[in-house]
Design a protein. Structure first.
Length: 325
């Protein structure tokens, strides 16, 4: 079965590609920019298509040429860049999602998985967020993700497409240094013994984390579930469903890695977190979701293990650099 991953050369897409390849699936990676280093270990085991989600012919061509049966749609412009360039974000995140769904309809793709986000929540959110909590996003990225959820649901109702989506918490793992995703860089610098300045976060900034391998595994697990079990369609999926602040994460890292130095470019707000936890019980009940890393401690332990493994691989290859997302 041929499975196409948009954003497949990125952080989460490449991790999912590894998991699918390990199981013997035929994988097509579709991405605007192909990070050869990130996918070097699987490059000879996958098909690679360089293309633009905003260009319908690129998406159509990839789906048709490779006779794709399943699409994992992770490709998008990230949140900070979407705020800076909403026109390009509209092309990638809104039209791109439409192009994926329409290509799936035209060429009889069996399933489409859409990567959504907790960024679809926002104004007036309750202390506990569930799959049914009203979604009123406050960012362009969140608005585009909410549109993708709704459009996918429409394709399911109108055309019978087997559409499923996950609302992810902040994915963490080595190599992520992007604006607004402050937690992964803070953790990695503490592990590496480097001073860390949080340029986007402040001591009261909040995060709920899911480790990258769990995020990829959740997508695969959901897509393998029988269709009759998929009742909710758009699911929250968490690692540690609790909300923690930057200063709480800092305190844990300083206990685990003595000598850790963390500073903040922005002052604290003095406000307690409005959201306390995310409840992903529907995913647990409907398709047996269980994260492997379900606490700050276990997430940081997995992170440390991957940092050490990557350092060993880089040393063996004479490569001392690692790119971000």
């Amino acid at each position: 079965m041929t499975q196409l991953i948009t954003g497949g050369a990125g952080f989460i897409g490449s991790e999912l590609a590894r998991q699918l390849v390990a199981r013997g699936e035929r994988v097509v990676i579709f991405d605007l920019v192909i990070d050869a280093q990130r996918i070097a270990d699987i490059a000879d085991k996958v098909a690679i298509v360089q293309g633009d989600l905003g260009n319908f012919s690129h998406v159509l061509g990839a789906v048709k040429e490779h006779k794709v049966e399943v699409i994992y749609h992770f490709g998008s412009m990230l949140s900070a860049r979407s705020e800076q360039d909403p026109a390009s974000a509209f092309s990638a995140n809104v039209m791109g999602t439409y192009h994926v769904l329409e290509a799936a309809r035209l060429f009889g793709v069996r399933q489409v998985m859409f990567a959504s986000s907790v960024g679809t929540y926002g104004l007036g959110a309750a202390e506990t967020i569930t799959d049914d909590t009203i979604q009123r996003p406050v960012t362009f990225y969140g608005c585009a993700k909410l549109y993708g959820e709704g459009l996918g649901r429409w394709y399911a109702r109108k055309y019978g497409l087997d559409f499923r989506s996950l609302r992810y918490a902040q994915m963490v793992g080595p190599g992520v240094r992007t604006s607004w995703h402050w937690a992964p860089a803070m953790i990695e610098d503490a592990i590496q013994g480097r001073p860390h300045e949080s340029t986007e976060g402040n001591p009261d900034a909040t995060v709920s984390m899911i480790y990258i391998s769990d995020a990829a595994r959740a997508a695969d697990l959901m897509m393998q579930a029988p269709r009759e079990r998929i009742q909710t369609m758009n699911y929250l999926v968490m690692g540690d469903g609790r909300i923690i602040t930057a200063c709480e994460l800092e305190a844990y890292l300083k206990t685990r890695y003595p000598g850790t130095v963390i500073t903040y470019r922005n002052p604290g707000t003095g406000r307690p977190p409005a959201i306390q936890r995310y409840d992903d019980r529907r995913a647990r009940e409907e398709w047996d979701w269980r994260p492997q890393y379900d606490s700050t401690e276990s997430i940081v332990t997995a992170f440390e293990s991957d940092v050490k493994r990557q350092a060993g691989a880089d040393a063996g290859n004479g490569n001392n650099t690692r790119k971000g997302i």
